[in-house]
Design a protein around this ligand. Structure first.
Ligand SMILES: Cc1cc2nc3c(=O)[nH]c(=O)nc-3n(C[C@H](O)[C@H](O)[C@H](O)COP(=O)(O)O)c2cc1C
Length: 212
């Protein structure tokens, strides 16, 4: 079977998608079209996974009470994490918006099923953490697919993972990986928010490489 051929125009588009994917914290409150979240989660399942284990588990948050509990938890953890900073960084930290949990029309929690027998343990005997890394590949795939549909996504990690299984009533052997906000972004930009706010510039790609 011959696969599709991706031409130069497609590659330009793909580069553009990579450059314009953003972590989004400012969302419009309007809903996403029916079925689009399912489409995006199906795309996420194209991610690679160790032993083809596909250990990702997605929990769509529907209940307003659970959303409120998540907001309270993240706001609490954001305040606590702020204690670690002082001086200019402290002042800047206070101004950062680090989640869109109030406005985003969709919230999805992502877990790794650490007891899944899918994949029969292949590839992770020496590095069991690769199971969780596999889930991150699905998150990145979701991120890109969402952006291609004009949907912004924000990853929220300022959260105590220990409380997540009980809060969301999911099996204890699922390990919490990410809380994701999805919806139409208030604005689109090719510059990360933390760069725009002077928190952290991008590194020149050449400084991230070595040759041996
Ligand atoms: C593992 C992970 C955790 C993150 N946690 C948060 C978070 O809790 N709050 C937030 O605002 N952004 C979070 N981000 C987004 C990063 O701040 C963002 O990816 C980075 O600043 C680069 O911006 P960009 O994604 O728009 O290129 C997280 C990103 C990753 C990959």
């Amino acid at each position: 079977m011959t696969g599709p051929v991706f031409d130069a125009a497609f590659r330009d588009q793909l580069d553009c998608l990579l450059a314009w994917r953003r972590d989004v914290r400012h969302f419009q409150t309007r809903n996403m079209p029916d079925g689009l979240l399912d489409t995006l989660l199906e795309a996420a399942c194209h991610g690679p996974s160790v032993g083809n284990a596909q250990p990702w588990r997605f929990v769509r948050i529907r209940s307003p009470e659970r959303r409120a509990a998540l907001i309270a938890e993240v706001d609490t953890q954001k305040r606590a994490a702020g204690e670690a900073y002082s001086g200019d960084h402290k002042a800047l930290y206070e101004t950062l918006k680090l989640h869109g949990l109030r406005e985003a029309p969709e919230i999805v929690a992502v877990f790794c099923d650490e007891q899944s027998e899918t994949g029969h343990g292949l590839g992770r005997a020496t590095m069991p953490e690769t199971l969780c890394w596999s889930v991150v590949t699905a998150v990145q795939t979701l991120w890109l697919s969402a952006r291609a549909h004009g949907i912004g996504m924000g990853w929220v990690s300022i959260i105590n993972p220990a409380g997540m299984n009980a809060m969301l009533d999911v099996p204890a052997h699922w390990r919490f990986i990410a809380l994701l906000c999805l919806g139409y972004p208030e604005r689109e930009t090719d510059t990360p928010e933390l760069v725009r706010h002077g928190w952290q510039d991008r590194l020149p790609p050449t400084t991230t490489r070595l040759e041996r």
